[in-house]
Design a protein around this ligand. Structure first.
Ligand code: ADQ
Length: 460
């Protein structure tokens, strides 16, 4: 029987789902792995003095995980370095934040080789292998060089940048050439896929076919597979005991005001600074109304070892303090800014209480928060989603209030419109959004990807 091997940078061992703290991706992949008797392979998150290649195999909640520990230098050069100081900003169009350093390249190559060496002994001839994200572009090449002929697919969770930006990366050709050792490469949207094709045609002299790209004598299948959430269970979670408790606590503290909610990892790509400024513009433009609302921004810190993340955190601390200093009254603060994570059911209850979900990334592969906000709404009285037109999700969610996240005026106007929106219009917009979120969920996403990988013509 075919087994599925999922490979990602970090492995999140499937926990007790009733704990409600699992990410949608972990839930979705967990289900796929159970169905296919699969294995989830990646970094444990632990650091050791010297890399041993020891594979820690564990089975929990019906899923087998296989993890390796990495050396401090690996984490610095591969994870904090090439993945998160070079590729992440570049692929989010931030060449101003992109750091190029040869030691990062070397660390990235080394960890991909180490992953391939460690994974090799557990691959069986009929396994299909699904590699995730920008940390692992060269993994298929490393596996092929070690004789692996299995079907290997790759899914990119983040945008594909325009060609003119990507060519600022030293040795970009080598990075992209590595993708041609996969059988299938998937993107979140057609926009990122087209951007990839543009690069391949212009920089690699590639030929485009029907769902394929051929370059350097190799053909790879390509497709857009927009990721969804575990919509049904998230919707249920929004009515769970914990969600209702969270909702009641919020209502008690709101004193009849309308809540606007933002939930994001603390990352410069999420447009938090611009969002705060847009909200400040709303307060300035509507002095008579501003006390009707407040903004709850939940933003747990991530990648805290990286300078650009420390900078954005400092900026947001200052900006939230400034807005509150300028506008707060003794019984009202305009911004509640919280730097921690919450269990999924609590989050669902918070989304359900908010009149507006404010999701304004400057650039995002997809954005699952927009979909979670929609799934958590009360069908009788739904809230309004304000969504950046530069999130991949915007292509699937035209009924949201789409804004340019760089424009303070557009954010301020959309907040105004959202607060005043009559229930009939809120329903008219929410119903198709909810239909889309429920239909194009994470189960469909993984089913579509795995079927497409299984359907690829066997490699020559
Ligand atoms: P992310 O950049 O992490 O994902 P996103 O898609 O919004 O962005 O997913 C974030 C997840 O973290 C959501 O499920 C959200 O609920 C959760 N989360 C955020 N803040 C939280 C908090 N305070 N407490 C608990 N949970 C919190 C990357 C890409 C995206 C792409 C996804 C999936 O950058 O574009 O949509 O992968 O492919």
């Amino acid at each position: 029987m075919t087994r599925l091997i999922v490979v990602s940078n970090r492995v999140t061992p499937p926990a007790d789902e009733s704990a409600g703290s699992q990410g949608g991706l972990a839930v979705a992949l967990g289900e796929a792995l159970r169905e296919y008797r699969g294995i989830w392979f990646g970094w444990s998150g632990e650091r050791v003095a010297e890399f041993t290649g020891h594979l820690n195999m564990q089975r929990s909640a019906g899923v087998t995980t296989a993890t390796v520990d990495l050396e401090e230098q690996d984490v610095d050069e591969y994870y904090n370095g090439y993945a998160n100081k070079t590729l992440w900003p570049l692929f989010h169009y931030r060449i101003d934040l992109t750091e190029y350093d040869r030691t990062f390249d070397a660390g990235y190559a080394r960890v991909n080789q180490r992953f391939a060496d460690t994974l090799l002994p557990i691959i069986e001839p009929d396994d299909i292998i699904w590699v995730h994200d920008y940390h692992l572009f060269p993994l298929a090449r490393e596996l092929r060089q070690r004789g692996i002929k299995n079907r290997i697919g790759f899914f990119l969770h983040i945008p594909w940048p325009p060609r003119r930006l990507l060519t600022t990366l030293p040795r970009h050709e080598e990075l992209v050439a590595g993708l041609f050792d996969y059988d299938l490469v998937g993107f979140q949207t057609r926009e990122w896929l087209e951007s990839f094709c543009d690069y391949a045609e212009r920089e690699m002299d590639a030929t485009l076919g029907d769902g394929t790209v051929t370059a350097m004598g190799r053909t790879v299948s390509i497709g857009a597979f927009p990721i969804g959430i575990d919509a049904e269970s998230f919707h249920k979670a929004s009515q769970s005991r914990n969600a209702l408790d969270a909702r009641q606590r919020m209502i008690d503290s709101i004193a009849g005001r309308q809540m606007i909610v933002g939930v994001d990892r603390l990352d410069y790509s999420k447009g938090l600074e611009e969002r705060f400024l847009g909200y400040e513009r709303f307060l300035a433009d509507n002095p008579d109304r501003c006390q009707e609302v407040f903004l709850l921004q939940i933003a747990p810190p991530t990648r805290a070892e990286i300078g650009s993340y420390q900078e954005i955190r400092t900026k947001l601390d200052a900006l939230s303090g400034r807005i509150n200093g300028a506008y707060a009254e003794t019984d009202w603060v305009p911004v509640r800014y919280v730097n921690r994570g919450y269990p999924r059911d609590v989050l669902a209850g918070i989304y359900r209480t908010a009149r507006i979900g404010l999701v304004t990334p400057l650039r995002d592969g997809m954005n699952l928060v927009a979909k979670e906000y929609v799934a958590a709404q009360d069908a009788a009285d739904p809230g309004v989603l304000i969504l950046s037109r530069f999130a991949g999700a915007a292509l699937q969610m035209p009924d949201a209030l789409l804004v340019n996240p760089f424009s303070q005026e557009e954010i301020a106007e959309a907040i105004h419109q959202g607060l005043d929106m009559p229930r009939a219009e809120r329903l008219r917009r929410w119903e198709p959004l909810m239909h889309g979120v429920m239909t194009d969920d994470v189960v469909k996403w993984r089913g579509d990807f795995v079927s497409a990988l299984e359907a690829v013509d066997v490699r020559a």
